[in-house]
Every structure is written in structure tokens, then in C-alpha cells.
Design a protein around this ligand. Structure first.
Ligand SMILES: [Zn+2]
Length: 211
């Protein structure tokens, strides 16, 4: 078993923040990333109101399960309670990535679940990505409502806002964000040609590992 090193975990979180900018999943100060600190009731999360490409590892914040700051000089993301609700309801989840990518957001404003356009996307997400109707995201109530939409899946779109993905590690959670956004893009292109593109159904695929 590898021992957990907070400093290297902070560097990982920051790396994925920068990947998120590079892939166009975030703009301005929006989006947030967190991980569960193993063996504790604490969590590492990005701070509020700071651009990812101006962030350093020292700006990341450690919070407890009630969102109290345990370590850090900044306030945690305004959506910290949403992350905490997911960790409370999904013991399998070790990392959460919230982004605001364009194509996933198109499906959000249409109120239309993102169907399984690409095989790896549907394996990562565990099926169609549900859409949660618009609500303000900075409350515990929002988090509690959202986990009902997420269920046992790994992705959910918040209408008129963005995408949240979860995983057993940060790499998986991030890969799922990329996969959902690219599948949403493919689906929209396909829909400009036909009303009924061919999509995949997770249950009938019969596999759980990506290809
Ligand atoms: Zn957001």
C-alpha cells in the first residue's frame, strides 16, 4: 500500500486543473476539483475565485466534512458542500471534477440527457448522463438533490451551469469529463444530420472496463 503524501496530492490536483484549462473545459475562475484524503474525514479542494492558471499548490484548501478549513490561507470553492454531499453518499468516490464545458452544457440547456455516443464514454459514465434542472449550486440542499440525479453513475450535468464527474481516483474522474465532452460534441454533430443517431446502452454492452 502506498502512503498518502499531501504535497504530491496537491501537485496532482493542480496538474489536472491546468489540464482542464488546456482542454477548454474551464474558463475564468469557474470549475473546481477535490479529492478525499484517504483514512481521514478531510478533503483537498481548489479555492474559490482563483484562476487555475494562477493557482499554486499552496492555494489549495483542506476542509473537514462540515466544510471547515483545516489547512490553507484561502476559502474553499463555493461549491464545497456539493462535493461533500457526493463523498458522504458515495464511499467509492475518491475524486470529483466540476467543469463548465460548452458541448455538455448544450445538452444541459436542452434538458436532454447525453446518450452513449462513444463506447468509452458510456463505460466511464455508466450510462446516459442525466441532467439536473437548474438550481443555485452553492448550498447543501443542491448537493443532496444532485446526488439523487447522479445515483451510481459517474457523471451528471447541472442545467445552465456545467458538468460534474466522479471517480475512484482523480485521473478517472478527469478522463470521464473529457469523454463526456467529446461524446456531447460528436452527438451534436450527428444530430445536425439525423434526428436519431446510433447510440449505445451501458447495460447491453456487457463490459465495465474501457477499451
Ligand atoms: Zn460551476
Amino acid at each position: 500500500m502506498t502512503t498518502f503524501d499531501l504535497q504530491s496530492a496537491k501537485r496532482d490536483v493542480l496538474d489536472y486543473c491546468l489540464e482542464s484549462v488546456k482542454h477548454g473545459l474551464n474558463f475564468n475562475t469557474q470549475g473546481n476539483i477535490s479529492i478525499r484524503i484517504p483514512g481521514t474525514e478531510t478533503f483537498l479542494i481548489t479555492p474559490t475565485d482563483l484562476e487555475y492558471d494562477r493557482m499554486t499548490v499552496d492555494d489549495l484548501v483542506v476542509v473537514d466534512a462540515d466544510a471547515n478549513v483545516v489547512e490553507g490561507h484561502l476559502q474553499p470553492s463555493s461549491e464545497v458542500t456539493v462535493h461533500l454531499a457526493v463523498y458522504a453518499h458515495r464511499p467509492d468516490v475518491q475524486a470529483i471534477v466540476h467543469t463548465e464545458p460548452v458541448f455538455a452544457n448544450v445538452f444541459g440547456v436542452l434538458g436532454e440527457p447525453i446518450r452513449g455516443a462513444l463506447v468509452n464514454m458510456v463505460i466511464y459514465t455508466k450510462g446516459d448522463v442525466p441532467i439536473m434542472p437548474f438550481a443555485l449550486s452553492n448550498s447543501t440542499r443542491f448537493g443532496e438533490d444532485m446526488v439523487a440525479y447522479l445515483g451510481e453513475k459517474n457523471a451528471v450535468v447541472w442545467a445552465n451551469h456545467g458538468l460534474l464527474t466522479v471517480g475512484e481516483n482523480l485521473r478517472d474522474a478527469f478522463k470521464t469529463s473529457i469523454a463526456v465532452e467529446s461524446a456531447a460534441q460528436v452527438l451534436l454533430h450527428a444530430r445536425s444530420v439525423t434526428e436519431a443517431p446510433i447510440v449505445l446502452d451501458y447495460e447491453s454492452l456487457g463490459i465495465t472496463r474501457a477499451l
